[in-house]
Ligand binder design. Structure first.
Ligand SMILES: Cc1cc2nc3c(=O)[nH]c(=O)nc-3n(C[C@H](O)[C@H](O)[C@H](O)COP(=O)(O)O)c2cc1C
Length: 303
């Protein structure tokens, strides 16, 4: 190649090839960026779609279609016989002053209940926890079906597995599944996807509702109002925890229910409602400084 030809090749490299490489890199990189944005949007929209598709997340009651079809189709002998004897009601009648005092005392105690997210690792006797569960089990229930199941977990390894499952879901909840409104509404609580209290609290109570019962022949027994009955039992658990001098956090492990159910070997007819870490508060535990609605706002009296 002559010197003139060499110079021509070099100058064409500068004029055509280098700009072509720059243009190529620009398109590749900008396309990747677009792809990334699209992917994030897809994940976010997917999250929104999951919320709108999932009636439980919208706060609506989920009716088990199979259970609904089952109800009224099969008949079975009632669990309690028609001739179940009625016994005297065990009731103590207090004076008006005593009632006033007792109702006030209970209110003052239960008004101290706060959701605690900073738990001590100090041990709590299992017998105390069992009394708390017994109190939860005194709840009324539709046709006395007692459709609750309380899993009491004190085993450290299982608590850590529970924490792992919940944190994995919460990471998605906070980052993409739930919308900005949800994240903003929760900011005052100062929570994030990390749930240390699940491995630090000495006990976890997992409150399951049983959507139906099993008959001896393997058929289904209707559990009427299983959700509301279980929620009432959970309220009693919270009160019993407070009365025992312990603390808890009412938590709803969003989307982690099926995995936790499987971890604890519970059957599909049981659905997780609440996860209550239970124990003493950590030293220097803090809670959001919120107030409660006054009586006028939570009641309407017709005398
Ligand atoms: C049904 C229900 C679900 C809740 N879920 C959570 C939860 O998943 N995580 C959490 O930190 N707090 C949860 N809370 C606790 C509330 O944030 C808390 O009750 C509220 O802020 C009032 O505070 P207090 O319980 O201290 O009175 C839940 C409460 C209820 C009743």
């Amino acid at each position: 190649m002559s010197e003139g030809e060499e110079a021509l090749v070099k100058s064409s490299l500068c004029v055509y090839l280098i700009p072509a490489i720059i243009a190529f890199l620009y398109f590749v990189l900008s396309d990747q960026k677009k792809g990334k944005v699209k992917k994030e949007e897809v994940v976010k929209n997917l999250g929104k779609q999951l919320i709108s598709d999932n009636p439980e997340m919208r706060g609506e009651e989920v009716i088990d279609k199979e259970q609904e079809l089952d109800a009224g189709v099969k008949t079975y002998e009632p669990y309690f016989a028609e001739d179940t004897p009625h016994v005297a009601l065990n009731h103590v009648r207090y004076t008006e002053e005593e009632m006033l005092q007792r109702s006030r005392d209970f209110y003052l105690e239960i008004n101290k209940r706060r959701s605690c997210r900073m738990m001590s690792t100090d041990a709590v006797p299992r017998s105390v926890m069992e009394n708390i569960l017994l109190a939860g089990g005194t709840s009324p229930s539709g046709a006395h079906t007692e459709p609750w199941l309380f899993c009491l977990v004190g085993n450290q390894e299982i608590k850590e597995q529970i924490r792992d499952i919940v944190e994995q879901e919460e990471l998605v909840n906070y980052n993409s599944r739930m919308g900005d409104q949800w994240v903003n509404d929760l900011k005052f609580v100062k929570t994030d996807w990390k749930k240390e209290y699940l491995s630090e609290a000495p006990w976890l109570i997992l409150v399951f509702k049983q959507t139906y019962g099993l008959l001896e022949d393997g058929g289904r027994r209707n559990f009427y109002y299983n959700e509301i009955s279980t929620c009432i039992s959970a309220g009693l658990l919270l009160a019993a925890i407070q009365m025992a001098g312990l603390v808890t956090l009412t938590s709803t492990p969003m989307n982690a229910g099926p995995a936790l159910r499987k971890l604890l070997n519970r059957p599909p007819r049981e659905k997780l409602m609440l996860l209550l870490p239970c124990g003493y508060p950590a030293k220097d535990a803090t809670v959001p400084g919120i107030t409660r609605k006054p009586l006028e706002e939570i009641s309407a009296v017709y005398e």
